[in-house]
Design a binder for this molecule. Structure first.
Ligand code: SPV
Ligand code: MG
Length: 554
């Protein structure tokens, strides 16, 4: 339903239409949230807030229309635009109506001041009115220019403001109704409602009356309704109270010199977020932005101790092995930072006090000797929310692999190196690789052709028949928000059962990540395999370590 139609329906409904003046999109939105029926795009308020200038026809039509359009876009209730004198003569009014209607504005109000108008309450300003005929011409022009029959044209007379008396005001109101106005606004600056009460009693009632109780502010909407006013406009109370609040805050800030001093005068930041729709923005980011830009938490289980690297790991955990001046962990952090992953948690165990790199969050698995890497990962369970990246603490890999992984739309994605399949016949392939069988076998031979789509994990583990394996899991896996939830619920489901062998592990406590991946597949969840060809290395043995020194240039 168009805004104009909504406003028409409000006009047809019994009772007064409660309208509040806005000066910008934010105030318009707040008026809507407060439960009012409509918004008055106040020329007074827009002049003050947009340019800090008097309400005296100093804004161009474009400026006023833009400000009003912002209100329409921010709020879901009809906006009535204060169009002052119509920005010129009747022909200017026609263009104005077309433009305002196109902007989704529900109706306009034009007043019979001469251009340039002056706000009705400026005591010392010059004031004159155009002839009733001229203004009636503008009203006719407005009505002839609108395209939707529901678009509302309010004609306003300033006869009382200019001191021309009640008879003149009523005569003009009649003339404007004759010209086709949908409603008339007889403006008054009398300190009491008496003047307008008398007007309303004399009014023929042929079109509804609109009222702006600024100076005679004691009158209630109910009373106005009883006197047959159809629209009440509380035109400038919002901007005036906002100015008071800003001034009071500035006074206190100036005096106290600390932000906290105005703490009890402010809304919480969250309230601003709610008003402007930050939650929606975040949701849209998740839906439409490339995955890599989203917040990802990397979790590195680095608790374990493996004696095959002794004596290198005599006095430090494996992740602190130095390769050409940088530890494995430093290299991992640098690679993660390159793709903007700054949220990194490390689970320490063996020689935990040695791991002190800054800007990481630490968790400890003090039972690292009796437990496996899955248990270590769950020592950092507090981090397992949203998108998570799990990576072994002994791998070094090219940033390109992360770029590809972060783009994966799957809930669970593991990185699988197909080079292993080519090397399995070589004298010394990786020791105890985590072998992977996929649903679609990759292209045979040395030449790497990535699969059309990602393969799906069928089986994973160290005990698979190498002849059937399609590649090697490199120790890098990514979980979407849903994937992370699946991982946690599977882990808790298994841990609530009596201890038993868990895939290749003697128990859940001693399990590897691969056992959990196999469990997820068994439970019917898709685990997507992102296939790569080399671009990474693992430091599992002394030979690996030597190889790393030989291969890594810097
Ligand atoms: C405005 O808000 O700009 C109006 C209403 O025209 S009043 O200021 O009361 O005249
Ligand atoms: Mg105005």
């Amino acid at each position: 339903m168009s805004n104009a139609t909504k406003l028409r329906k409000l006009m047809q409904r019994p009772g007064i239409v409660r309208t509040v003046g806005a000066h910008d999109a934010l105030s318009a939105k707040m008026i809507e949230q407060a439960g009012f029926d409509a918004i008055w795009a106040s020329g007074f308020g827009i002049s003050a807030s947009l340019k800090c200038i008097p309400d005296g026809s100093f804004l161009t039509m474009t400026e006023q229309l833009d400000a009003t359009r912002n209100m329409v876009e921010a709020a879901g209730i009809p906006v009535i635009a204060d169009c002052d004198t119509g920005f010129g003569n009747a022909l200017n009014v026609m263009r104005m109506v077309q433009d305002y209607e196109k902007a989704g504005i529900a109706g306009i109000c034009i007043e019979d001041n001469v251009f340039p108008k002056r706000c009705s309450f400026y005591a010392g300003a010059r004031r004159d009115l155009v002839s009733a005929d001229e203004h009636a011409g503008k009203v006719r022009a407005a009505k002839s220019a609108q395209s939707s029959p529901d678009f509302l044209v309010i004609a306003r007379t300033e006869a009382l403001i200019a001191g021309w008396g009640r008879d003149e005001a009523l005569k003009r109101a009649e003339a404007y109704a004759d010209a086709g106005a949908d409603a008339v606004l007889i403006h008054s600056k009398s300190p009491t409602f008496d003047e307008l009460r008398a007007v309303s009693q004399q009014w023929s009632g042929r079109v509804p009356l609109v009222v702006v109780p600024t100076i005679f502010g004691a009158v209630t909407a109910e009373e106005l309704e009883r006197h047959n006013f159809k629209i009440v406009i509380f035109a400038n109370q919002v901007i005036r109270t906002a100015i008071k609040a800003m001034r009071d805050t500035l006074d206190v800030l100036k005096k106290e010199g600390r932000a906290e001093a105005v703490g009890d005068r402010m809304v919480a930041l969250q309230e601003v977020y709610d008003l402007v729709g930050v939650t929606q923005m975040e949701e849209d980011e998740r839906r439409f932005l490339p995955a890599g830009a989203e917040k990802v938490t990397a979790i590195i289980p680095a608790a374990g101790f493996e004696k095959q690297l002794l004596p290198l790991t005599q006095d430090k955990p494996k992740c602190l092995l130095d390769i050409k001046g940088k530890t494995i962990l430093e290299r991992q952090v640098a690679t993660l930072n390159e793709v903007n992953i700054k949220n990194i948690a490390v689970v320490r165990g063996y020689q935990k006090d040695k791991i002190t790199l800054s800007n990481l969050r630490y968790y400890d698995n003090d039972r690292y000797e009796e437990t496996g890497e899955l248990a270590s990962i769950f020592c950092a369970e507090a981090e397992l929310t949203g998108r998570c990246l799990l990576l072994y603490s002994d791998i070094i890999f090219e940033t390109g692999i992360l770029h590809k992984l972060l783009k994966s739309p799957a809930d669970i994605t593991i990185v699988v190196d197909q080079a292993w399949a080519d090397q399995r016949a070589l004298p010394r392939p990786h020791v105890n690789p985590d072998l992977v069988v996929m649903d679609v076998p990759p292209t045979a031979g040395y030449r790497f052709v990535p699969l059309d789509g990602p393969g799906r994990l069928v089986r994973i583990g160290q005990h698979l028949d190498p002849k059937q394996a399609h590649g090697e899991f490199i120790g890098l896996a990514m979980f979407s928000e849903r994937g992370t939830a699946l991982l946690k619920s599977a882990y808790h489901a298994v841990s609530s059962q009596p201890a038993a062998p868990f895939h290749e592990a003697p128990s859940l406590q001693k399990a590897s990540l691969t056992d959990m991946l196999q469990e997820l597949v068994t439970r019917g969840h898709d685990v997507s395999c992102l296939t790569i060809y080399k671009g990474w290395m693992e430091v599992d043995t002394f030979e690996d370590y030597q190889q790393a020194w030989a291969d890594i240039k810097r």
